[in-house]
Design a protein around this ligand. Sequence first.
Ligand code: MG
Length: 373
Amino acid sequence: MNKLAAYAVSSSNSRGRLIAEAPSAGRSEFQRDRDRIIHSAAFRRLEYKTQVFVNHEGDLFRTRLTHSLEVAQIGRSIARNLGLNEDLVEAVTLAHDLGHTPFGHAGQDALNDCMREYGGFEHNLQSLRVVDVLEERYAAFDGLNLCFETREGILKHVAKKKALTLGAVGERFLQRTKPSLEAQLANFADEIAYNNHDVDDGLRSGLISLDQLNEVTIFSRHLQQVKDRYPVLVERRTVYETVRSMINTLVTDLIAQSTRNIADADITSLADVHAAPPLIGFSRQIKKEQQELKKFLYENLYRHYRVVRMSAKARHTIERLFAAFSAEIRLLPAKYQTKFEHEGHQAIADYIAGMTDRYAIKEYQRLFAITEN
Ligand code: MG
């Protein structure tokens, strides 16, 4: 464990667990949270859930599992350099996508629309629901009984109306205070990871080209540096070297700028962090360049007709599953029928959100093809 700064989250300033537990021998509280997350069923499902490319489109594209591992690795390096709690960052980053539906954002948007009359669906809140309620592993409690700070980091944003129902972890959205620096940096690690791996996966898929990306400031600068240094390198390695040095630039910039922000705001305690404006951030130039890259990816990758087609199929699949279960509750597995009696449509949302891409495809066939059941 690195030496913690005075404003880091530590076991001594932690608000602890909802249900008190005896300390674990040889592990910090946040290492214990990380371990519980890794052993959860929702974590294993991340292997077959995707963001941009659906699981069957290729074995080398990122899944939510490999994405979460990349986010954790980037997050830990940043935490170590800023004197923040690396174990907490690891726990938050590994858990940050646990509540995602199958089929990435298309699945999330479709389920949110289906749930509109019943309170909507937010993947962020669902991640918290997974660790607070849905995991069924322990004798003494539902969920994983994680520390407050891990739960705070998982809940990146939530509507005010929902925040009112969440107790202590919802308070900051009502009081407009900021979460720990560990939680703040987890968001940036997520952004650094997905922008860069979407560039890599986008090129690998052939949906975007190197020539197109060369129009993007941050990419073309790093590509040029790689070409100057290795003029005869094959394209695939050139791409890897470019992505690798972009990640390095972003991580280094984030550490330097955040260090300045923390010093300028005279932050000396965790209480100072909660009261201050957001302190983790990129320099102005890098922020601008990141926005340009995001815009490029949005227009050229996420809006590419082949991605849009897959998103349309994903939406159709989620909508039909939801409609079928809503119309006839007895189509649900027995466990979810019982849950429906107590929780209504939230039980259907929990069932669908828990599906992997391939499970959802299979369930669709079981429901709508006469040959399956
Ligand atoms: Mg993510």
